[in-house]
Ligand binder design. Structure first.
Ligand code: ZN
Length: 269
């Protein structure tokens, strides 16, 4: 069993039951009932006195933090039956109650994460049936709680259908040629290749490290779709992304890996 390659930090909680006693067949999506970044959200579950945790903490800033290894049973859904079967995710809101909205950016990160969990655990299709028999699970079915809230709760059918779309698309890509992602300067510059990966996230990390690009089996560039780490680092140095927390927030919200950019900035200075 593995954890998601989408994780950007590990802030582990001691609040779990050790190894789960069931195979992973479900995903429980919670809302944090608060506007809070990923690291702070994970930090809430670090004290033992909290008696709660989640496998993943997806903050309002879109940052994904591992709280409990996927192989372990987290204490999230007030149900041993559910938490032994479900990978659990806490999701940061963009507004407080009564609506408890979630930003489109965070919703998209959530769909990425659920897709990845399904792919690695062989879950397909990702179903939402409105009941415990489906894959997607709601806390309010197990406890008298306002979780996942009216907005996120209304998105469960959409999340399921987007996840299935992505799972199907990936299958199409990987069928004909084995779906190897190659990391090169350009598709024709074979000698510049630094690696070939089955896992796109690993290919992206390699591309970031060497300032290269990721190409699919047909030679189509798949990453970076936006700016390269080098471009972003130069922009940061010239002041285009602000400083401190503001820089972190803006880069993350634009879909970039703040820490990868910051490392490049530090190595350039
Ligand atoms: Zn909950």
């Amino acid at each position: 069993m593995s954890n998601s390659p989408l994780v950007q930090a590990r802030i582990l909680s001691p609040n779990h039951s050790g190894r789960r006693n069931q195979e992973i067949t479900k995903i429980a999506i919670h809302h944090a009932a608060g506007v809070i970044n990923g690291r702070n959200l994970a930090g809430i579950f670090v004290p033992r006195s909290r008696r709660a945790s989640a496998n993943y903490n997806l903050g309002s800033d879109g940052v994904i933090v591992l709280g409990v290894d996927e192989s372990n049973r987290a204490w999230t859904t007030s149900s041993s039956w559910c938490d032994n079967r479900a990978v659990t995710i806490e999701v940061g809101n963009s507004t407080r109650g009564p609506q408890w909205l979630v930003s489109d950016y965070v919703l998209n990160r959530l769909i990425d994460l659920v897709t990845d969990i399904c792919r690695r655990n062989g879950i397909y299709p990702c179903t939402y049936t409105g009941g415990k028999d489906g894959v997607l699970q709601k806390h309010e079915w197990y406890k008298n709680t306002n979780c996942p809230g009216p907005y996120l709760g209304s998105k469960f059918p959409y999340i399921a259908s987007e996840v299935n779309k992505r799972l199907r698309e990936n299958k199409n890509v990987s069928n004909p040629t084995g779906g190897i992602y190659r990391v090169r300067k350009s598709w024709s510059d074979i000698k510049s290749q630094k690696g070939a990966f089955k896992n796109l996230e690993n290919a992206k990390r390699c591309a970031d490290r060497f300032g290269l690009k990721v190409f699919d089996a047909n030679g189509k560039i798949v990453y970076p779709v936006g700016k390269t780490i080098d471009q972003l680092a130069r922009e940061v140095i010239s002041g285009k992304w602000g400083n401190g927390e503001e820089r972190k927030r803006r880069l993350t919200q634009a879909g970039y890996d703040y820490y990868a950019v910051q490392r490049r900035v530090n190595s350039m200075l």
